[in-house]
Write a protein that binds this ligand. Structure first.
Ligand SMILES: Nc1nc2c(c(=O)[nH]1)N[C@H]1C(S)=C(S)[C@@H](COP(=O)(O)O)O[C@H]1N2
Ligand SMILES: [Mo]
Length: 213
């Protein structure tokens, strides 16, 4: 098992380094407090689960009319798209123009037919990670379940076979090795959100820590 305390303290220290939030500037693509990189760093909890496409499944459950479990073939049969977006990690690096391919989260949610009372989601991953978002945020055009990056199958270290990408939020909101989306009426904080990270995570507002909520 990883040394959770050390890992968490290290990540929070990295994110705390640097300036106070400044006003967003529409002419820049790198939000305040971030540095542009091109090497696509790897961040995880010290566990990189090995999930083959044959065993991978995505379950949608909770406040839904039809609980669903998609296997790889069913997932591949859904409408596919490519989306180019920028990736902002709260530990202060941003990589621009990431090319993701996958399926819109809203197409997957529609299959499950969420109840009207479903307002929030928890994404669950094979490594025990979780993160939360309002369902409204998941319905955006650019929110996808990605199986490829730069036209190659998503490598295990970046969350393959499938991860979520939520371009308008810091990257911790994008669950790698995703296995389930659970819908609730009330919000429930995820792994980092209970450990001091901001619940909303908008990089343009520098929503890094829960102290600022
Ligand atoms: N399952 C899972 N998803 C995760 C994480 C994790 O540890 N486990 N880390 C998050 C964080 S903090 C970031 S910055 C991004 C990093 O994605 P990358 O390793 O592909 O750069 O994944 C996010 N999704
Ligand atoms: Mo991160």
């Amino acid at each position: 098992m990883p040394d959770w305390k050390k890992l968490i303290e290290g990540k929070i220290a990295l994110a705390k380094r640097g300036a106070k939030p400044s006003a967003p500037n529409p002419n820049v693509r790198v939000p305040a407090g971030q540095k542009q990189v091109n090497n696509f760093p790897i961040l995880d909890l010290g566990i990189k689960p090995a999930i083959s496409t044959a065993e991978w499944q995505l379950r949608v459950y909770g406040l839904v009319e039809n609980e669903i479990k998609l296997d790889w073939a069913q997932f591949q049969a859904l409408p596919q798209l490519a989306d180019i977006s920028d990736f902002h990690c709260v530990t202060r690096w941003s990589q621009l123009d990431m090319v993701w391919q996958g399926v819109r989260v809203r197409d997957v949610l529609a299959l499950a037919n969420p109840h009207n009372t479903a307002h929030f989601a928890t994404m669950h991953s094979y490594d025990g990670y979780s993160t939360n978002l309002p369902i409204d945020a998941l319905l955006d055009d650019d929110v996808i379940l990605a199986h490829s990056v730069f036209s190659e199958a998503l490598p295990r270290e970046h969350g393959g076979p499938v991860r979520m990408i939520v371009p308008k939020r810091y990257a911790w909101k994008g669950a790698k090795w995703i296995k389930a989306i659970e819908l609730h009426e009330h919000d429930k904080r995820g792994f980092w959100e209970v450990r001091g990270y901001h619940n909303d995570a908008d990089p343009w507002l520098e929503q890094r820590f829960s102290d600022d909520e």
